[in-house]
Structure formats: structure tokens, C-alpha cells
Design a protein around this ligand. Structure first.
Ligand SMILES: [Zn+2]
Length: 340
């Protein structure tokens, strides 16, 4: 396997995070992702790497000690963290493996012999804030990795294409100019955050980009926001690492949300993002609740990370969202955050 291969980080113990019957964030999701990787594996694109669990000190870069203690205690007792976020005896081990996968990927990619990494993990992470576990998320997997990279002197962009706003990731880095956070998400939708006007705290202005989109928005709207705001800001920011929060719930078949993407849109968004920093790109599985949509989207992630163009469902266009993107562009210009 050469430098065009993609590291796959996953662990069977992630199935042991038991959310109970009929919870949408089930272990069947992870199986659907792994099942879909057969063709990429047959092509020799996949190299398996075992994730090392995150240490407490790793978690404390993104979370307050009180939250880490709370998550560990609730996992031990099997009590939920909120009404949406159950735990079980296997949840702590699964969560620390999910939070450690990105750190393991960093160590491997630093050796320079792979194109990118895909952390096929659960529980997901992007709703977990410094002080709160919520929305099916126990620990913020992508934030733990981004914070470690930033502490090592790297400049990190996080691109979040889950249908929901990555409120936890935004909270971790809102006042941190070392990390550029970008989220495309349905609006309005849980958790109710992610306004265009939220562009970063004092000292970190212009390092948060929110792209709220109405129901039915198609892939061309995502790309238009990418062209007109995200790309120029990334160019000026000059990241050394690219992290992706990839939730497949923006697919048009997702049962929990109403966005309009196809698998082909996911392939295009992942390929474009991975091309920003080949060899320094890590994708993290977040949400996605249609097993069939997960299979179709995940099948494109590894080849897209490897820089290969693959055929899947055609990209979508012509849906709602043009006004939302126009407002995004106007706001960024008016705030003086976008060079004209
Ligand atoms: Zn989601």
C-alpha cells in the first residue's frame, strides 16, 4: 500500500456503546460504514490502524475536568447524560477509543506514508461542549484531535458537514485563533445554534464560519458557500491540518433531517476538503441515521480521501438555499472579514 492509501481507524469495542432499542445512534450504523468499504479495500486503498484510547490529559484539552468525571461516572452507572444521550457499561471504553482515534491517526500521518485517515467511530462527538455531553455525543472526538494539534503548534481547519450544527466544536474553539471551524447545517434544527453572525470571539474574529441552510438545500449551495466564503478564508488562514466532521444525515434520505444532499455531494465535499492538505487530513464519522444512505455515502469517503474520483449518486443542484448563501456572503463582506 502506497502513499495514496487511507488509514482506517475503528475498533469492535465501539459497538459496546449500547444506546438501547430503537435509538437512532445504533451500532448498526458503524457496521453499515464498515460494510460499505469492501470495494475500497479490494482496490488496496484501506490500511487498518488500531486506535489507542485517549488519555484523560488528552480529553482535558477540549473538556472541563467536571465533564470528564461526569461522563465516566454515568457510563459506569449506565445513567443517561441527557434524554437523548444514553450510556452503558461499554460506553466509556468506546468513547475514549473514539476520542483517541484521531490522535493515533495524527501520529501515523506524521510519518508521511498515507494520504489521509478515516476515523469510523462511535459515539459521535461534535455536540459535546467543554461542559456538556449532549445530542448522542459523549466526548468531542474531532475537538480532542484539533486541540492536540494546535498545542503542537499546528493551524487546524475543521469542516463539519453533518446536518446539525457542531455546537460543541464551535464552543471549544470560539475564542481560539489557532483553529478555524466551519459548519454547514440545516436551519432551524437541533441544537438551535450556528447563526451566520457567530464568526468567532474576541481575538478570534473570522475563525468561525456558519452556513445555516433551509430544508431541501442541495449540494450546489454547499459548494457556492465553499467558493465564495470558505475557500478564501481557508486560503488566508493557511491551515497545516484539515479535520472533517462527516455526518451522513444531510443525505436526502435521512429520517431525522430535511437537507437534500446525495452520496455524490458527499464525495465532492470530502474530495475537495481532502485536497486542501494531502497527507494531513483526518475525517471523523459523526451522525447519519439511514443505514442505506450511510452505505452509499461512506462507500465514497475512502476513495474521495485518497483523491480518486468515484461514481455514485449524481451531485444535486437547483434546490433551496441560494438566499441563505447570499446572506452569508453579504454578512462576511459587511463585517470586513472577507478581503474583496
Ligand atoms: Zn447530525
Amino acid at each position: 500500500l502506497g502513499i495514496e492509501s487511507v488509514l482506517l481507524l475503528t475498533d469492535p469495542r465501539m459497538v459496546d456503546h449500547d444506546t438501547g432499542r430503537a435509538h437512532p445512534e445504533s451500532s448498526a450504523r458503524l457496521r453499515a460504514v464498515l460494510d460499505s468499504l469492501g470495494p475500497a479495500r479490494a482496490e488496496g486503498l484501506v490500511r487498518d490502524v488500531a486506535p489507542v484510547p485517549a488519555e484523560i490529559s488528552d480529553l482535558l484539552r477540549a473538556h472541563q475536568p467536571e465533564l470528564v468525571d461526569l461522563v465516566r461516572d454515568r457510563c459506569a452507572s449506565g445513567e443517561p447524560l441527557d434524554p437523548d444521550t444514553p450510556t452503558s457499561a461499554g460506553s466509556w471504553e468506546a468513547a475514549t477509543l473514539a476520542a483517541g482515534a484521531g490522535l493515533t491517526a495524527v501520529a501515523q500521518l506524521r510519518d508521511g506514508d498515507a494520504r489521509a485517515a478515516f476515523c469510523a467511530v462511535r459515539p459521535p462527538g461534535h455536540h459535546a461542549t467543554p461542559t456538556r455531553a449532549m445530542g448522542f455525543c459523549l466526548l468531542n472526538n474531532v475537538a480532542v484531535t484539533a486541540a492536540a494539534l494546535a498545542d503542537a503548534g499546528e493551524r487546524v481547519v475543521i469542516l463539519d458537514i453533518d446536518a446539525h450544527h457542531g455546537n460543541g466544536t464551535q464552543d471549544v474553539f470560539l475564542n481560539d485563533p489557532r483553529v478555524l471551524f466551519v459548519s454547514w447545517h440545516q436551519w432551524p434544527l437541533y441544537p438551535g445554534t450556528g447563526r451566520v453572525e457567530d464568526t468567532g470571539g474576541p481575538g478570534a474574529e473570522g475563525t468561525t464560519i456558519n452556513v445555516p441552510l433551509p430544508r431541501g438545500s442541495t449540494g450546489d449551495r454547499y459548494l457556492e458557500a465553499y467558493d465564495r466564503v470558505v475557500d478564501p478564508v481557508i486560503d488566508a488562514f493557511d491551515p497545516t491540518w484539515v479535520l472533517l466532521s462527516v455526518g451522513f444525515d444531510a443525505h436526502r434520505d435521512d429520517p431525522l433531517t430535511d437537507l437534500g444532499l446525495s452520496a455524490g455531494d458527499y464525495g465532492a465535499l470530502v474530495a475537495r476538503s481532502a485536497a486542501l492538505r494531502p497527507g494531513r487530513t483526518i475525517a471523523f464519522l459523526e451522525g447519519g441515521y439511514s443505514l442505506e444512505a450511510i452505505r452509499r455515502c461512506a462507500a465514497l469517503v475512502v476513495p474521495s480521501l485518497a483523491g480518486e474520483l468515484v461514481r455514485g449518486e449524481p451531485p444535486t443542484g437547483g434546490g433551496p438555499g441560494a438566499e441563505a448563501v447570499a446572506w452569508l456572503v453579504e454578512h462576511w463582506h459587511r463585517a470586513g472579514l472577507l478581503a474583496s
